[in-house]
Every structure is written in structure tokens, then in C-alpha cells.
Design a protein around this ligand. Structure first.
Ligand code: FES
Ligand SMILES: [Fe+2]
Length: 436
């Protein structure tokens, strides 16, 4: 990010702190129907049109570091195997044998030069081709192995981070990321290692869980001692991007030297990502990668929270920390802490417990007759824009009228457009003009 862009974003954050109303021309956000969180029909539409067509976080190259390494993945329904091919390429396949559907790999992680189904030993190369069928003589003479390879799933990398997409016609990952790809260059996705990856089950719709991480309105109230000392929510600047992505960017409160705070709460041995610029070092910024990834990015970590719907009313929250190599020091884990009483020996960190504390009760409220709709403020516009993007991807005509949101936030408010600049400039001129 160049100096001019940094200066402009800093000026906009200051301006956000001074305004006395939402920006001029920013649309009033209509109430969102509560049924979007409780309707089985809407849930099915999300599954079909959003989760089957979006690029989804699947893993990190550290999980399949060498040719022949593979990992199972089933966070979005269909069982998948992601394979580091003997030719070096990373591919994903349905983990479904083309014979009678047994899983081709049965361990979460493993290494093999060929993948062999355990049922009748059909054997596949790591590029998915079927190369071995026992008792071949019992199949017809023209039985064509070449059209019975493992069925591929789109799989692309951003640095060392692996994404998959069930839609064979989806745009390339780099286009899906759009401007984020450039803005994320400084965070060294090609050098960061996987430090921690843990999952927790939540009793609420995935959007209820995710939306706690898509606004800073709540920060002073539920994070008074954890996040609030680092984030001045009044000076928060939201930016909306194409394809449903978004960013929040907020400075530390005036009385906090954020860089100093980060330096003292980061144990020795954790390497800083030197390429990270001023905003990543001194502000809090968090990106929503549509549909289900939210991650602050700083000079210490790339720590995504990933929200997987497991049913209409349940969610699996993945808490991931990626960071530069930590040598002999303990691996960084921003979001979980040791807890011997838990099945996997970890508990969510205090910040995550704060963010998830109301999810189950909110879900029950949403299902009650008492709660019909959700009013959102300008500071919560990332949530509204996220819902607009869900509906846009599902297709308006597929959604019953009572479940839709109105598409009121137009292109004028989506990057690279920035209508707040004009108002900021007018406000600046008005402030410097001598009173008449
Ligand atoms: S089901 Fe895989 S070899 Fe028969
Ligand atoms: Fe929060």
C-alpha cells in the first residue's frame, strides 16, 4: 500500500470520528428479516448457491508439505481429499471411489505415491487418474479406465493457503479475491506457516456467529478489557469490495500506542512480518472474505476465523493462526488456550468467548415470535452488504419475497469508489473557512 493510500485511509478514519450522522447519501438500511437465520428454505439456498460456488478456505501447505501428502476435508459437505501430487501440483478430488463409492483415503492426513481404495483396491495416481483395477478381466473389454478417474474439485493457492471451489466454472481465485490480493501482498501469504488450527461447535446459525466479527459497534460493550484498548470503534472505517468482501480499519484509541502494545504482548521468538506496512502495524484491520472467513491481519499473524454451517442452527467455528516461522518458541495460537477439561485440550480464548457468548440465545430469539427483523446502523453496514451479496449470489428470483433483503447499498459504495472523500474534503474546507 503506497504512502498516498495510507494517508487517505488515515484521514478517512479521523473523519469517521468527527461525523455527527451517517455519511451523506449513505442509504438507510431496511430491517433484515429474522427468518434469514431460521428458514430451512433460505439455508438450502445458501448451501446450493453460495457454498457450492464460492472459494472456500481448505487448508495450508504445511498440512501436505511434500509430494504424495494428502488430507481429508469435509467442512462444506461432500468428502474431499486434497493431494500434493507427485508432480508437485496441488489438487482436490471428491474422496469417493469411482467403483462403489468407498472413501479413497480413510485417514485425516497421510502420504502415498498412489491412492488406493480399501474396498477392492482400485488405484489412482495422485493426479486422479485411475490406473489399477484388480480382476480387470471380469469387467467388459471396453471398460475405459481413463474416464473413471477421481472427480476433481477446483483447488487453487493464495501463497501457501489452499482454497477449494465446487463450481467447475467459478472465476479463478485471484479474480475472486480482486483488490484483496494486492492488499494482502504485504502479509506474506507465501511465507507464513500454519501454527494452529482448532474447531469448536456453536449452537447458532453460521451468520449469527460470523456477524459478531463484522462490526465494531459491540467492541466497547463486550470487549471492554480485551479489544477496546486496541480499537477506537468511533474512528472505524468500513470498506466494501466486489464479490462480497469487506474490511474494517480502526486506529487504536488516542491514549494507546498500539505498536507498543503489540510489541509487549507478543512473546519473544515470534517473528514480525517485516513487509507489513504502517496500517498493519499500528491499526486493527480485519477482512471478511466472502462467504465465511474473517481475519484480522497484522505484522504478527494471519489468523482467520472460518464459519462452517453444520445445520440451520449449528456452526463449526475454525480458529486458525498462521505466522512466520517461530523456531523453537511455542507455536503462536491467537484464538485458543490450553484447557485439559476439553476434549481436544483447548478452549476458545477470552476474546472468542466474548464474541460467541450470545450466539445460542440470539438463535432462540430469532426462532421466537418476539423477534421479527434486524435493524442495522451505518457502522454495521458490512453485515448488510454481506446479506446483499448472499442474495445476489442466490439470485433474487430464487428467494421468497419475505426472506429477501433490498439491494440498497449500490456500486457507488463499493471499492474503488469512495464517496466519503468528497464529504471529508467539504468538511475540511468548511472547518478552515473563517466564520462570516
Ligand atoms: S469401492 Fe473402491 S474399489 Fe470398490
Ligand atoms: Fe468481537
Amino acid at each position: 500500500m503506497d504512502e498516498a493510500e495510507i494517508a487517505q485511509l488515515k484521514a478517512l478514519m479521523e473523519w469517521e470520528g468527527t461525523r455527527s450522522a451517517p455519511p451523506e447519501g449513505f442509504p438507510k438500511l431496511p430491517d433484515m428479516p429474522a427468518a434469514r437465520y431460521t428458514s430451512a428454505e433460505y439455508f438450502a439456498l445458501e448451501q446450493t448457491h453460495v457454498f457450492r460456488k464460492s472459494w472456500l478456505f481448505a487448508g495450508h501447505m504445511d498440512e501436505i508439505p511434500e509430494p504424495g501428502c494428502y488430507m481429508r476435508w469435509h467442512n462444506a459437505g461432500d468428502p474431499i481429499v486434497i493431494v500434493h501430487g507427485m508432480d508437485g501440483a496441488v489438487r482436490a478430488f471428491h474422496n469417493t471411489c469411482r467403483h462403489r463409492g468407498a472413501p479413497v483415503v480413510t485417514e485425516d492426513r497421510g502420504k502415498a505415491s498412489r491412492l488406493m481404495c480399501g474396498y477392492h483396491n482400485w488405484t489412482y495416481k495422485t493426479d486422479g487418474r485411475l490406473v489399477g483395477v484388480p480382476e480387470r478381466r471380469d469387467f467388459p473389454a471396453d471398460f475405459d479406465l481413463s474416464c473413471r478417474g477421481l472427480l476433481p474439485v477446483r483447488c487453487e493457492l493464495f501463497g501457501k493457503v489452499i482454497f477449494v471451489n465446487f463450481d467447475a466454472d467459478a472465476m479463478p481465485l485471484i479474480d475472486w479475491l480482486g483488490p484483496l490480493a494486492r492488499e494482502w501482498e504485504e502479509f506474506a501469504f507465501d511465507r507464513i506457516r500454519l501454527a494452529a488450527r482448532h474447531s469448536f461447535d456453536l449452537n447458532c446459525n453460521w451468520k449469527v456467529a460470523m456477524e459478531a466479527n463484522m462490526e465494531v459497534y459491540h467492541v466497547p460493550f463486550i470487549h471492554p478489557t480485551t479489544v477496546a484498548p486496541l480499537v477506537d470503534s468511533a474512528r472505524n472505517l468500513n470498506t466494501l469490495y466486489p464479490n462480497g468482501h469487506a474490511r474494517m480499519l480502526a486506529p487504536a484509541p488516542q491514549q494507546t500506542n498500539r505498536e507498543h502494545v503489540r510489541a509487549i504482548d507478543s512473546p519473544p521468538g515470534w517473528q514480525q512480518i517485516d513487509s507489513v506496512g504502517e496500517l498493519g502495524r499500528t491499526c486493527t484491520q480485519s477482512y471478511t472474505l466472502f462467504p465465511n472467513w474473517v481475519s484480522p491481519l497484522s505484522n504478527f499473524f494471519v489468523p482467520p476465523l472460518v464459519f462452517w454451517p453444520t445445520s440451520l442452527t449449528t456452526t463449526r467455528l475454525e480458529l486458525v493462526t498462521m505466522a512466520l516461522d517461530w523456531g523453537d518458541a511455542p507455536a503462536p495460537d491467537l484464538w485458543t488456550v490450553p484447557d485439559a477439561s476439553k476434549p481436544n485440550g483447548r478452549q476458545m480464548s477470552p476474546i472468542i468467548l466474548e464474541d460467541t457468548q450470545f450466539g445460542e440465545a440470539i438463535q432462540l430469539s430469532m426462532q421466537s415470535a418476539a423477534f421479527r427483523s434486524v435493524p442495522l446502523s451505518y457502522q454495521e453496514a458490512r453485515i448488510y452488504a454481506f446479506h446483499q451479496s448472499l442474495d445476489a449470489m442466490i439470485g433474487k428470483s430464487n428467494i421468497p419475497g419475505e426472506l429477501r433483503v433490498e439491494q440498497v447499498i449500490g456500486e457507488a459504495w463499493v471499492w474503488p469508489r469512495e464517496p466519503r472523500l468528497d464529504q471529508m474534503e467539504r468538511d475540511r474546507k468548511a472547518a478552515t473557512q473563517p466564520a462570516e
